[in-house]
Design a binder for this molecule. Structure first.
Ligand SMILES: [Zn+2]
Length: 302
């Protein structure tokens, strides 16, 4: 019958050697429980022990004490994979905390920012970031793609724009469906390949104005309407307004230039959010400049 302490600690395949209290932490020394034959961490088949290594990881705190587990684990020889580490369910290879602690950290990260979580658990924030990343990846449920009707696709830039991901949503249920690495036609095609024949039942796809997205949607979802999302249309239209404004400024007389000074903000902002003085100035600009009046009217219609 297992002792109470090992039942409580519940780290399978290990047994307690001894434990000590050091200031605010409990350090528990553990070693392989030789009743269990080690298994390969890759293929999970039985493997022959080669030698022991030691590692220290954090576990969930006990009362006011932080708990550290220092444990010996076995390097093993697997007949298929060669020399590897034995499989232990309570920790993922190279993680600095137990799986159950990673789970707790991951849940907290849903509600608090990384530095707050790091402070709460007294962990390095980089460790918290790693755990959070792992938690998100392993808990992203792969939702089935066979009952989707309306999709949204958008790009996300990482590493200061050197790397892109495409996020794909079910816009009717507001659920994240997949994250695809890259924003090329090839990268995004993977998603539609996975969806298979159901592609033909997609009614609409909202995309930004990135051409590869449009190309892929046309190829896989021939019946779907392509909807350009409002934010990107408006942002592109703002560029047009600004181009016209600069051209008009360069061609204006000195009085005209005086009038157009500071007009960028007035032309781009929503009219309802302008102060009375701003509204008056905008009226004067539109009254004197036909081109800007046209682009402004079109903007209001948009
Ligand atoms: Zn193996």
């Amino acid at each position: 019958m297992p002792s109470i302490s090992s039942t409580i600690i519940d780290l399978p395949r290990l047994k307690i050697k001894d434990s000590e209290l050091q200031d605010d932490r409990i350090l528990i020394h553990m070693e392989p429980d030789l009743r269990f034959k080690p298994r390969c961490s890759y293929c999970e088949s039985k493997a022959r022990p080669n030698r022991n290594h030691t590692r220290e990881i954090r576990d969930l705190s006990c009362f006011q004490h932080k708990v550290h587990i220092k444990f010996a684990y076995r390097e093993v020889i697997c007949h298929q994979c060669g020399i590897v580490i034995e499989k232990l369910n309570f920790v993922t290879p190279y993680a600095r905390v137990t799986t159950r602690m990673a789970e707790a950290v991951g849940v907290m990260c849903k509600y608090m920012n990384l530095s707050e979580v790091a402070k709460y658990f007294d962990l390095d924030w980089k460790t918290v970031r790693e755990i959070d990343k792992y938690y998100i990846e392993t808990h992203l449920e792969k939702l089935p793609l066979d009952n989707i009707r309306v999709i949204g696709m958008d790009e996300v830039a990482c590493k200061k724009g050197h790397q892109y991901f495409t996020v794909i949503y079910d816009l009717e249920r507001n659920q994240l469906l997949r994250i695809v690495e890259g924003r090329t036609e090839n990268a995004v095609s993977q998603f539609f390949e996975e969806m298979g024949d159901h592609c033909k039942k997609i009614m609409a796809v909202a995309v930004d104005m990135w051409q590869p997205y449009t190309n892929v949607v046309k190829k896989y979802c021939p019946w779907a309407r392509i909807v350009y999302d409002k934010f990107h249309i408006i942002s592109n239209y703002h560029k047009i307004i600004d181009k016209v404004r600069r051209r008009e400024f360069s061609q204006a007389s000195s009085d005209g230039k005086k009038l157009l000074k500071g007009s960028k903000y007035l032309l781009l902002k929503n009219k309802d959010n302008l102060k009375e003085s701003g509204k008056d100035k905008l009226e004067a600009i539109l009254e004197h400049n036909k081109q800007l009046n046209v682009v402004n009217t079109l903007k209001e219609q948009l």
